[in-house]
Design a protein around this ligand. Structure first.
Ligand code: A3P
Length: 327
């Protein structure tokens, strides 16, 4: 570990034990602590601090920001396909056909740990494209100030986020433990005890940032994108200063990208059905197939009790009151 990193880790060793501890969905030793108003795993707090102390932003950086289960995998694939479309012209040998999107687009707060220095991140060619679950208020000002980089944010109907998270966490949960009940998970989710803090606060941070700096933060909704993906693929390309040319439009490039990245295509690829996600290099634990479940709008109807629906809708209404946000 590099000297600078060592200092940051030392600072963290002093600070982390002083933070409040929360319940953990996985119970495998991953500790969740409350840091600047958000419940986060210790490892992520460490990542955030390393980013604050050591990361050098570039004006070309593209950061995909999400709360877990809102469409990270899908947007990783779409943005990767958009920014690299000149390199894989016929799509026959496209990297997304043989690699999980996570293998192509690392997690910022995990990659920053790699190798005990910033070398893994510094060695990425521009434009760097990284994914993160870090809440907006915890991202350093050097990155959110106007001159450096862009953020794409995607959010989703809160009830679907919760249902997706409950299924996902049970897949990751240590096998020797009983599954986490829906009721227990619901209580954690409503109190914001997740791996990225309160869902509603997470959304609000990026929503406000997108209003303040629309050229810097693109705010998207999973449901809108599901209904009309090609509209949003064009929006994404324009936002990233890579609009589709008339020739590309004529040859159906937008539709090709939509199809390549659709739930149906990606989830049926061998790499995503049977591939093992080896941890490290900015990757999340779990197998590739864990990131593909149903990919639908409204699955909450099949899982939540009327009381749960009422509670979640009430929180959503209260939290988003006075904003134009609704689901
Ligand atoms: P469900 O559990 O509701 O099916 P994330 O990628 O942020 O972890 O989110 C995972 C959710 O997105 C899961 O939702 C997953 O099925 C869905 N998903 C994965 N790939 C997708 C795609 N290409 N298109 C639409 N949804 C996708």
């Amino acid at each position: 570990v590099e000297e600078g990193y060592r200092k940051t880790y030392e600072k963290l060793d002093e600070m982390l034990p002083t933070l409040a501890q929360g319940e953990n969905w996985l119970a495998d030793g991953v500790q969740v602590v409350q840091y600047q108003g958000f419940w986060l795993p210790k490892f992520i707090v460490q990542g955030i601090m390393l980013i604050h102390d050591h990361f050098n932003p570039r004006p070309t950086d593209i950061i995909l920001s999400t709360f877990p289960k809102c469409g990270t995998t899908w947007l990783r694939a779409l943005i990767f396909a958009i920014i690299n479309r000149k390199n894989y012209y016929d799509f026959q040998n496209h990297p997304l056909l043989s690699s999980n999107p996570q293998d192509l687009v690392p997690f910022f707060e995990m990659l920053i740990h790699e190798g005990g220095s910033t070398s893994s991140i510094e060695s990425l060619p521009s434009p760097r494209f990284l994914a993160t679950h870090i809440p907006f208020p915890l991202i350093p000002k050097s990155m959110t100030s106007s001159s450096s980089g862009r953020f794409v944010y995607i959010c989703r109907e809160p009830k679907d986020v919760f249902v997706s998270m409950w299924h996902f966490m049970n897949k990751l949960r240590a096998k020797e433990l009983a599954p986490l009940s829906l009721e227990e998970a619901f209580d954690f989710f409503c109190r914001g005890v997740t791996f990225a803090g309160s869902y509603w606060d997470h959304v609000l941070g990026f929503w406000e940032a997108s209003l303040e700096s629309p050229n810097k933060v693109l705010f998207l909704k999973y449901e809108d994108m599901k209904r009309d993906p090609s509209v949003y693929v064009r929006k994404l390309a324009e936002f990233l200063d890579l609009p589709f040319s008339a020739e590309e439009e004529d040859e159906g490039m937008v539709e090709k990208i939509v199809k390549l990245c659709s739930f149906e295509s990606l989830s049926n690829l061998d790499v995503n059905k049977n591939g093992n996600n080896t941890p490290g290099k900015g990757k999340h634990p779990g197998t590739n197939s864990d990131f593909f479940r149903k990919g639908q709008i409204g699955d909450w109807r099949n899982h939540l009790t009327p009381q749960m629906v009422e509670v979640l809708d009430k929180i959503t209404k209260e939290k988003f009151q006075g904003t134009e946000l609704s689901f």
